[in-house]
Design a binder for this molecule. Structure first.
Ligand code: SD4
Length: 323
């Protein structure tokens, strides 16, 4: 595995000069895609999940299957305290989960405020494939999951509960901090041999959030967006920022207008920083296009992404707007 630190702030200024060539919407001639093979791109340091998703693609499984396989690994890991089992609870001490998936056919499934189900990404996939809806929330989402054969489980681990009790003792102040020190929400984008794209995202949200809070991660266009004609993007960090900007939809639209995934991520981060004074809060974006080019950018330093193709696995720090 290769670790690389990138300090490419310059890219932010260079990309201002990047031409915005427009791709015609009614283009009908199919483009020949370069042979780059299977690819998996995830937010943060998630090498095992990234490997598992790639292996699933190698075995000939669908993109959705690869995403559920990769993301479930992180949901099942109690040491990852931003996702699934072991996630940090809300201000009432309940672990509530958000997830979504969007496939190459444009089908989407999402669950928000889901309690006691370990694998919200699996439930999101079930919503996508077995319900007429896009989003199921709260008790309804849980009932749906149970009807589909999933088990109810306690998700609060001793470690997360201890942190919660300490937070209550310290005065229960909510912090929007969502960076490497305390966050590893998984957003995953997969590309198959034909250049088809799909993605998924799963989180327990911000630690000690207000009960009922839903973040960006389960919202199509905010935490995740896939357009199989163009590219795909997923987000992490402070969901309230991503929701206000529909950042992943924006990244895909920038790619539609001719930007590379890297330029598109940078431009979407720049849009956020222009509109709001978010100097202390983190957002990280990753993107991939039909050709298998990838991109990643963040507001603050410390946002890593993991990338795997059939040759190697790399974990890199993304370029950031602020030092
Ligand atoms: C949220 N975007 O609920 C998520 C948090 C996150 O790494 O990405 N954490 O706001």
């Amino acid at each position: 595995m290769k670790y690389q630190r990138r300090s490419l702030l310059k890219l932010f200024s260079l990309s201002i000069l990047a031409p915005l060539s427009s791709t015609s919407c009614d283009e009908t001639t199919p483009k020949k895609l370069p042979k780059v093979g299977l690819q998996v791109l995830t937010t943060w340091r998630h090498p095992i999940a990234t490997n598992k998703a790639l292996k699933s693609l190698i075995r000939g499984k669908s993109l959705s299957n690869a995403i559920v396989t990769g993301i479930s690994h992180v949901e099942n890991d109690p040491e990852d305290q931003s996702v699934g089992f072991g996630g940090r609870p809300d201000a009432d001490g309940n672990v509530t989960l958000d997830a979504c998936i969007m496939d190459e056919a444009g089908k989407c499934g999402s669950v928000t405020y889901l309690k006691n189900i370990k694998n919200p990404i699996e439930v999101a996939r079930l919503v996508k494939d077995h319900s007429p809806h896009v989003i199921l929330s709260g008790d309804g989402a849980q009932q749906f999951a149970v009807r589909m054969g999933m088990e109810k489980e306690e998700l609060l681990t001793e470690k997360s509960n201890n942190e919660y009790q300490a937070w209550k003792k310290e005065g229960s102040t909510f912090s929007t901090k969502a960076n490497i020190e305390n966050h590893d929400t998984i957003g995953m984008l997969c590309r198959d041999h034909e250049g088809n794209l799909a993605g998924g995202c799963s989180t327990s949200g911000l630690a000690f959030k207000t009960p009922g809070r839903v973040g960006d991660s389960p919202i199509i266009g905010a935490g995740l967006y896939v357009d199989n004609e163009i590219g795909a993007s997923t987000a992490t960090g402070l969901g309230e920022i991503v929701l206000k900007n529909l950042s992943t939809f924006l990244v895909v639209e920038f790619m539609r207008n001719g930007k590379t995934p890297q330029e598109a991520c940078i431009e979407a981060i720049r849009r956020i920083t222009k509109k709001y004074d978010f100097k202390n809060d983190q957002v990280g974006l990753i993107a991939i296009n039909k050709n298998g080019e990838i991109g990643a950018a963040s507001i603050l330093p410390g946002f890593f992404y993991s990338f795997r193709d059939q040759n190697e696995l790399v974990v890199n720090e993304a370029v950031s707007y602020y030092n």
